[in-house]
Design a protein around this ligand. Sequence first.
Ligand code: DAS
Length: 358
Amino acid sequence: MRLHKPSSLFIVLGLLLCSAFAHADTAAKQPHIVILATGGTIAGSGADSTTTVGYTAATVGVQRLIDAVPELKKVAQVSGEQVMQIASENMNNAAWLELAKRVNVLLKRADVDGIVITHGTDTLEETAYFLDLVVKSSKPVVLVGAMRPSTAISADGPINLYNAVLLAATPEANGKGVLVVLNDQINAARDVSKTNTATLDTFKSSELGLLGYIQGNRAYFYRSSTRKHTRDTEFDIANLSVLPQVDIVYGYANMNRIALDAFVNAGAKGIIHAGTGDGSLATPLKTALTEARKKGILIVRASRVGQGIVARNGEADDDQLDFVVADTLNAQKARILLMLALTRTADTKEIQRMFYTY
Ligand code: DAS
């Protein structure tokens, strides 16, 4: 029986099939990371390549963000969802609840190994901390943004997105809480803040420090948070459609009670006082906050300073006034924790425990 020399067509088909199986096998082995897009500069576009401020945020869709970084395929099998398309100064409680519920549904799926959330930088630290307190999983959740629009020279979005997906696909990122990646640095949701209006290295955890770096296609961790988060949280938003109104009053020289009274009259259930120094209370504010507390409004003493502990019974007699102190949380993050605390209790001793726990 003469064996026919296989035609070149069969050889090519055979090679293609082998390559397809190899690719399928690789894809099957790679973690599946879902990218949830919310808008921001990372999805922004500017008039020309030198426009790094004064551009339009939230214009580029999630698939275009993914297609702009073909290298993502080297580290993960990626799928995308456009959850919203907003500049993050417009982020709000309803959007947080929608996003958090979607995250928890996706992370329950066995075929989802992690989530990356593309987000504007203005409120990125707040969304990250909110998720840190309500995500019910140990799988990685990584928030990422950019300080330059996708159209700018040396745009930072593509490398930040690549680093975020790489981190979400890294087993060591499991159980670390919600993470924030920009500028090759890994920060914890609880401690990170935007510290510069425009520079690429704006996200810092200052005195409490970053968790690690992304370098040479690898994530390196050197620390982890000592506070509870994600899988250990006591907060549950699954059945919540609204969050209690909590507002922030900023302290400064020549302070008055006008803003506080307006928030109280508008029905606030909690007030964060971002005081001078160690959460100091100017006399008019101490009077007004005491009156508000007597109406059942929860009062948290925070600081405008940005670093350090607001100590209980330091600048005010918190025991006597029945106030809570924010520990090292800045005012915008204290607001988030107080909102969630008020979904469970109005007891100040219990709420103070939560501020020392998360
Ligand atoms: N407006 C800013 C925001 O969406 C742009 C950005 O820095 O992402 O947060």
